[in-house]
Structures are given as structure tokens and as C-alpha cells.
Design a protein around this ligand. Structure first.
Ligand code: PAF
Length: 287
């Protein structure tokens, strides 16, 4: 099978193909992406291919989730390399629609997931998650019954998509997959290509600072403000780092528990030059 033969660009053709697979008794795995795939996406595709009979990857740079002035035009794209990586990781099909196919006229519908969308990323990119929830709803409606795989690197996105799929009764099982890191600890991201080599070295502080924060909690710290201050101070030792947020929140509701309790997630978005990097780590706080 060549990469070219696997690419579908029309919604009707994708639906017909997936319906035929299900009618033949085969289960469908779905990995939604914006392309420029790396090994982190590869691990999602492998997980989907291992658990389902047929796996498809969507590649669509969704304009709705970019605010004016963000990197929509500059967002890296390489469909040929994406197709090769997807097929090598076990995908049978790639869905790569045009903007016109997805949004033939200006979309008047917007999906908003209350509460979970509001803090952290939601405060810094107020229109972002509605764009994500809207396109993921549309992709779920197109895909039909399936298992859909999302990376934990976008932890808040994963929590929102889980809640949305449950609230709106999509016939989709949302599966979260662990962050894939470079050997030196940097979380893999399509936006890492924006880093200069000096910024890339400095960005290693994110993994180190989050790990330190988790160790503080494991050692008994229960005040979220203290954890956030210590982690922020460590990130700020790097001159290129500009923190958007450091937060420690309940892993599912994204609300800040004080004192820390249950399953919590420590998250940051920090800019290094042109790259805005997300990273996070979790811990279950012992009673
Ligand atoms: O995580 C992403 O790549 C995107 O936000 C997603 C889920 C594919 C929606 O455009």
C-alpha cells in the first residue's frame, strides 16, 4: 500500500469507508491531528492500531482554534512525510480534508465545554478550546463509533474532549496516551521546530521543573501556591523562558484543590522565543 492510496479528502468517502469497515465487523481507531507528525503521534497511531482493526489519522490544521496573530499560516505542514509516518505506525487511512470541505460556509455553531475550558490555557487563549471542541465534535460526528486517541501532553484538551464526548453522548471512547519525550526529556511537539538550538537547551528546564514540583508534592507539600512558585522560579532561571502559566489542578475538573488532594496535574505553558511549549506531569496525592 503506498501513502498516496491511503489519503481520503472527502467527508462522504471517509464515512462510506468507515461504515463499510464496521458493517464487516471491524473496529475503528481514530487519531485526530494537525499534521507535522512526530514520534509522539506515532505512539498514538501504534496504540490505536494495536487495539482496533482499522485505524485512520485525520490531518487538518483547524483555523477555528487559532486566534488572530497566532501561527495558523506558519504552522508546519508536510503531508507526504505525515502519510509515511502514519502508514509505518499502522494507520490504514488518512483523512486530509481541505478547509472548504470541513467548513464550506462560515460555521455558526460552536461547542463550549464549561469550567474545564476556563482556567490555564483557556485564560491565555480564550477562543482556542471552543475551536478544538467544535472541530473534534465535527470529526467525531464524521467518524462514527470508534476509539479516539489523544496525547496527554495537551492534558486540558484531553479532559475537555472526554467531558464533551460524555456530555454529548458521542459513540466514541476517548483514550489518553502518555507524553512521548526526547531522550533528554523535552516533550515532543510539532512546535519544537520553532526552537533555536540555544532555546531548545533552555527548554529542558520544563521537564526538570515539573519533576521537581511533583517531588515536592510526593514529599508532603500540599499548598498549590508554593508548588507553583517553586516550579516557576526554576523555569525562570532560563533567560529565554517566558511563563504563561504554571498551575497544579485536579486532573479531571482542572479546578485548583487547596490543599492538594486526589489525582492532580502540574501543568505549564512557557514560551521560548517563537515556540510556546506545553508540558505536564501527574501524581496521586496520598491521603
Ligand atoms: O491536538 C491537536 O492536534 C488538535 O488540537 C486536534 C485535537 C487535532 C484538533 O484540531
Amino acid at each position: 500500500m503506498t501513502a498516496e492510496t491511503t489519503i481520503v479528502t472527502s467527508i462522504a468517502e471517509l464515512r462510506a469507508t468507515l461504515d463499510a469497515e464496521r458493517a464487516a465487523g471491524r473496529s475503528v481507531g481514530f487519531v485526530p491531528t494537525m499534521g507535522y507528525l512526530h514520534d509522539g503521534h506515532g505512539s498514538l497511531i501504534e496504540a490505536a492500531a494495536a487495539a482496533n482493526d482499522v485505524t485512520f489519522v485525520s490531518i487538518f490544521v483547524n483555523p477555528l482554534q487559532f486566534a488572530p496573530g497566532e501561527d495558523l499560516e506558519a504552522y508546519p505542514r508536510d503531508l507526504e512525510a505525515d502519510a509515511a509516518l502514519s502508514v509505518a505506525a499502522g494507520a490504514a487511512l488518512i483523512f486530509a480534508p481541505s478547509v472548504e470541505e470541513m467548513y464550506p460556509e462560515p460555521i455558526l455553531t460552536s461547542v463550549h465545554v464549561n469550567t474545564v475550558s476556563d482556567p490555564l490555557e483557556g485564560r491565555h487563549r480564550p477562543t482556542h478550546f471552543d475551536g478544538v471542541s467544535t472541530v473534534v465534535s465535527k470529526l467525531f460526528a464524521i467518524a462514527g463509533p470508534c476509539r479516539a486517541y489523544f496525547g496527554e501532553k495537551d492534558w486540558q484538551q484531553l479532559a475537555i474532549v472526554r467531558r464533551m464526548a460524555s456530555d454529548l453522548s458521542f459513540p466514541v471512547e476517548v483514550v489518553g496516551c502518555p507524553i512521548v519525550r526526547e531522550p533528554d526529556g523535552l516533550a515532543m511537539s510539532s512546535r519544537n521546530v520553532y526552537l533555536t538550538s540555544e532555546e531548545r537547551t533552555q527548554a529542558l528546564v520544563l521537564n526538570q521543573a515539573l519533576r521537581h514540583g511533583i517531588e515536592l508534592i510526593e514529599a508532603g507539600e500540599r499548598d498549590p501556591d508554593i508548588v507553583e512558585r517553586v516550579v516557576s522560579a526554576m523555569i525562570e532561571t532560563q533567560p529565554a523562558a517566558e511563563i504563561d502559566y504554571v498551575g497544579v489542578v485536579d486532573a479531571m475538573t482542572l479546578l485548583e484543590p487547596a490543599p492538594l488532594a486526589g489525582e492532580v496535574r502540574l501543568l505549564t505553558a512557557t514560551r521560548f522565543g517563537k515556540a510556546r511549549l506545553l508540558d505536564n506531569m501527574g501524581v496521586v496525592v496520598p491521603d
